[in-house]
Write a protein that binds this ligand. Structure first.
Ligand code: HEC
Length: 137
């Protein structure tokens, strides 16, 4: 009985560890295929989706809908109440600026209203940007 439950818990712990590692495990090697990177970006985007939709017909949430954001001026989505800091930042969302923003929003625009610490891993950011680019057109 005892051994059975130990085996059961060991099994559950393995499942949990596998789930936690799932995003990392799918990291494509350099030059890997774009489909894998998009899949990884989709998983990573779960942390953004809590606050941001990507498709044109979807509403703003805590954060603005990011549809069509690449190439556009910051704080330009219709009908979203941006912070004064972001409105005054005079940024355009090219990929380099978006990369810095995802790394640490507070470093790009101090006083902005996005309550998100940032994504430290450059490969994770690249996958996120690839996904956002593909999904927000
Ligand atoms: C807790 C909610 C929250 C999370 C999580 C979050 N954001 Fe935001 N985001 C916001 C808010 C709120 C703003 C508006 C900031 C302002 O007005 O200062 C914003 C603004 C932005 C903008 C600027 C949009 C524009 O129209 O100028 C981008 C780009 C962005 N977020 C990307 C992301 C990405 C990518 C992630 C995931 C890695 C993410 N955000 C995670 C809340 C969030």
């Amino acid at each position: 009985m005892f051994q059975r439950s130990v085996a059961k818990w060991a099994g559950l712990a393995m499942v949990a560890a596998t789930m936690a590692g799932a995003v990392q495990a799918q990291a494509p090697a350099a030059g890997a295929d774009p489909a894998a990177e998009l899949k990884r970006g989709r998983l990573l985007y779960i942390q953004c989706r809590a606050c941001h939709e990507l498709k044109a017909d979807q509403p703003h949430k805590v954060g603005p809908n990011l549809h069509g954001m690449l190439g556009r001026k910051a704080a330009a989505a219709e009908g979203f109440a941006y912070s004064a800091a972001l409105k005054g930042a005079n940024l355009t969302w090219d990929k380099a600026t978006l990369d810095k923003w995802i790394e640490k929003p507070s470093a790009v625009v101090p006083g902005n209203a996005m309550a998100f610490a940032g994504v430290a891993n450059p490969k994770d950011r690249a996958a996120l940007i690839a996904y956002i680019e593909a999904e927000s057109k």
